[in-house]
Design a protein around this ligand. Structure first.
Ligand SMILES: C[S@@+](CC[C@H](N)C(=O)[O-])C[C@H]1O[C@@H](n2cnc3c(N)ncnc32)[C@H](O)[C@@H]1O
Length: 188
């Protein structure tokens, strides 16, 4: 069976992240990916989870409490400031990362991820990533501003040198209404 977008995003991370690693949820939202990463890295691992909305941080905190998870640092800040929070000893050892772009479901649709901050965060994480580590971006682009972000990201990742990175695009091309797709970048 072909995996759906979110299942495939998680599958890619399951294949590449190991227990005990430090990983990043660049857009924690309702906490689904944060919980997934928390379980993936286990008690000895660490998740850095970012969101600019207090509401998203609060919802994610509740999800983690409900599931008894204590290996997550919730950071109420833009992922563009990620290098301020990355422990220096974790440079080049980040196990993986996920970006779920767009707006927080059932919330203010005007607060959306933006191309400049997304690309800044992407660049910081690519530098900090372990060898063979993966960054998965789930690109939603049906909302206002989504098209611009999609185009900026595609333009940026197309320029990544194939000697250093493998870049994959995965999505369903016969779906209506701007279906989301995945961009996965693996560091060689
Ligand atoms: C599609 S939602 C994330 C869904 C989430 N991964 C989940 O599992 O529920 C996108 C989130 O990105 C957040 N966001 C927007 N710009 C951001 C930024 N610069 N830094 C961090 N988070 C940001 C929004 O507040 C929103 O909660």
């Amino acid at each position: 069976m072909l995996k759906g977008i979110l299942n495939y995003a998680h599958y890619l991370l399951e294949e590449s992240v190991h227990e005990g690693e430090t990983v990043i949820d660049a857009t924690c939202g309702n906490g689904n990916d944060t919980l997934f990463l928390s379980e993936l890295v286990g008690e000895n691992g660490h998740v850095l989870a970012f969101d600019i909305q207090e509401q998203a941080i609060a919802v994610t905190r509740n999800v983690l409490i409900k599931h008894g998870k204590s290996n997550v640092s919730l950071i109420h800040d833009s992922h563009a400031n990620l290098s301020d929070y990355l422990p220096k000893d974790k440079k080049k050892t980040v196990g993986g990362a996920i970006f779920n772009l767009g707006y927080l479901p059932k919330s203010n649709k005007e607060v959306v991820t933006k191309p400049e901050s997304t690309i800044t965060a992407l660049t910081i994480i690519l530098d900090a990533l372990k060898q063979n580590g993966l960054i998965v971006l789930v690109v939603y682009h049906g909302h206002e501003g989504g098209q611009e972000e999609k185009e900026a990201i595609l333009k940026h990742v197309l320029k990544l040198n194939q000697k250093d990175y493998s870049v994959l695009r995965y999505g369903f091309i016969n779906q209506k209404n701007n279906p989301p797709f995945i961009i996965a970048i693996q560091k060689k």
